[in-house]
Design a protein around this ligand. Sequence first.
Ligand code: HAM
Length: 424
Amino acid sequence: MQNVKGTHDLLPEEASSFESIENLLKKVASLFAYKEVRTPVIEPSELFIRGVGNSSDVVRKEMYTFLDKADRSISLRPEFTAGIIRMLVNNKTYATEELPLKYYYVGPVFRYDRPQLGRYRQFNQFGVESVGNNSYFNDVEVIMMAYSMLITLGLTNVKLKINSIGDDASRNNYRQALKDYFAPHIEHMCEDCKQRYELNPLRILDCKVEEDIKIAENAPIVSEYLSKESEERFNNILALLTEYEIPYEVDPYLVRGLDYYSETVFEFHYVSSNGNNYGAIGGGGHYHKLVKELGGPDLPGIGFSFGVERLYNVLKDDNLLPEDEDKVFIYIMPMGLAARKYALSLASDLRMSGYITDYCFDDCKLSSMFKRAEKKQAKYALIIGDNEVNNEKVVIKDLNKQEQIEVPAAEVVDFFDKLADTEE
Ligand code: HAM
């Protein structure tokens, strides 16, 4: 039996790397005073049609949608933002908590996309949403947080692409300019672009068909259609990024694929040293109508999401994966039945004191137990034979230094506690 196309298993080492990556991201999010929230994987399809928008590829082509047993249309979430906003509207957290609401999240999302390098049908996102403050400083803080996360992971060579798609008036003018520009070409462009032309001509700029890309190369750029306020906001943001030494590149054609964006939009790109390019490792932007659209008050928001698989891929390519946090620390090697019984209670004491402890259940030779300890990459071996049971002692062997000492059984936990203190 094969796994579903576009999905992937995580074996222990990979699962551990994913956890370490997510833990580092969570750590940075909490340093920026963000709190974790969790929302359901299934949502009413209507949430994404209204929230993400039906001119986006994500909603038009990529949603996993089905009818439940009561004939309700349900979708697996293709992204988090709409669900997070639904959550804060349903729970009215905007009325009870201080604004901006600062939330982070991590978990699986689903898109029926064409599987290829860095593109899956089930993948994980880690992201944040800040809702209820319209200061451009908030935009800068959010971008700064994303950047700090990437630096914390060790990804120093990241390219931040940024653009402003302006307020409603700017975008209406720009849409019209794009319609005028594409009008003489649209007949020869792909079927998707023909639909995009009608629904939202901004989407044409995301087209991946080579001939269409060539046509789009000379399309007007949004900066020429920004209102005075939007232009000023964008310039203020760029000035602060420069001041805080966050390198960026203005990409005049960056419009992002989801319909809720306004003003600032951005993406992070990274090419591994072996040349692999998995696409954007993260992206986000400002939105100002989403909360209202989903039944809440008129509050703006800004957020971003990273693709955890893509972070994992680039970190792996560049040998930057975080160390496994959960390696076996102590491997107990009991010789004989009495020692095995004794070992189980010792293992329990060590585990309750916070040491990752494993032990050999089988009646095997000491040499084969050492091989097992080595395979598990244990740091210490605890050797217990009849002699040790009778004298209530154990032998502790440092497997790196190959040195061993005898310690009273009652002092084993103490021994490792002292060791941990000296290592700190
Ligand atoms: P997005 O750009 O659609 O934005 O997705 C965010 C990230 O998810 C991408 O940059 C990429 O790393 C990853 N990703 C997207 N599709 C795939 C795929 N098929 N396989 C693997 N990774 C993928 C959003 O989802 C917005 N909700 C971000 C946001 C938050 N905007 C405001 N707040």
